[in-house]
Design a protein around this ligand. Structure first.
Ligand code: 8X3
Length: 257
């Protein structure tokens, strides 16, 4: 395996869930962290934890990744110590609603597309050239099992995750022959704020998603990210699909508990 010590890792959507768990795991390996998210207080709390527990350098930025001007500014104004990103984790993403296709909210659709797709394009466009120039780097995109098939009520969300998967695959083709690796991670049911956000704060609906089964945790997904990042340089993980054990797909979930 390959040591991550002192590598610069950027995680978008780092204030909670998979992003936060991933930032903590990279810090544990001695990486320098750039963490961005919308919630300043949550970011500051995470920064404190990263610095106190792992004594690593941390740069934070309060940022809504759907604001492309701010996103550009953030990417181009990183302090010198953090400018050369080695590992980019495109994690920021969300689902909003489960409307059938004929009733999609255009506003929700645009928020999902801008968060899950556009931001990945922009951040990758910013940091990939430096990776190619230095001939080192790893782009890790958090996709979903929703990137592998569609399901009822998921026309936009599944569409965005299919985009992430195809973008990841095409990027791997573009970068073949360089030492820059490109990986997708495709989790199934993970208990984070995901369902609370999808159901807009309806806790009962959110809880029902995980009722009677044992969902994946954010840490389980962070483990997969770390697995991909710590392979020897000649090994490139394409996509890790991970389901909860009581789950065979988004729409086939057993609830024996
Ligand atoms: C989240 C998993 O099954 O709701 O990406 O699409 S699912």
């Amino acid at each position: 395996t390959h040591s991550l010590r002192d590598q610069v890792v950027l995680v978008t959507g780092a204030s909670s869930g998979i992003g936060e768990a991933t930032a903590l795991r990279f810090a544990e390996e001695g990486c320098k962290l750039i963490i961005c998210a919308r919630r300043t207080d949550r970011l500051n709390e995470l920064k404190k934890k990263l610095v106190e527990q792992y004594e690593v350098p941390v740069h934070t930025a309060t940022l809504d990744v759907t604001d492309s001007a701010k996103l550009d500014e953030f990417c181009s104004q990183l302090p010198p110590e953090f400018k050369e990103v080695d590992i980019l984790v495109n994690n920021a993403g969300l689902a909003l609603g489960t409307a059938p296709v004929q009733e999609n909210s255009v506003e929700d659709a645009m928020t999902m597309i801008n968060t899950n797709c556009t931001s990945v394009v922009l951040v990758t466009r910013h940091f990939a050239p430096g990776m190619v120039e230095r001939n080192r780097g790893h782009i890790i995109n958090i996709s979903s099992i929703a990137g592998h098939y569609g399901y009822p009520g998921g026309s936009i969300y599944c569409g965005t995750k299919h985009f992430v998967r195809a973008f990841t695959d095409a990027a791997r083709h573009d970068l073949v022959g360089t030492d820059v690796r490109v990986t997708a991670i495709s989790p199934g049911a993970v208990q984070t704020e995901f369902s609370n956000i999808r159901f807009k704060g309806d806790g009962a609906k959110a809880d029902a998603v995980y009722d009677g089964m044992i969902p994946l945790t954010a840490q389980d997904v962070a483990d997969s990210v770390l697995y991909a990042a710590t392979r020897p340089a000649h090994v490139q993980i394409g996509d890790i699909i991970l389901y909860a054990s009581y789950q065979a797909s988004s729409f086939s979930v057993a609830r024996p508990l």
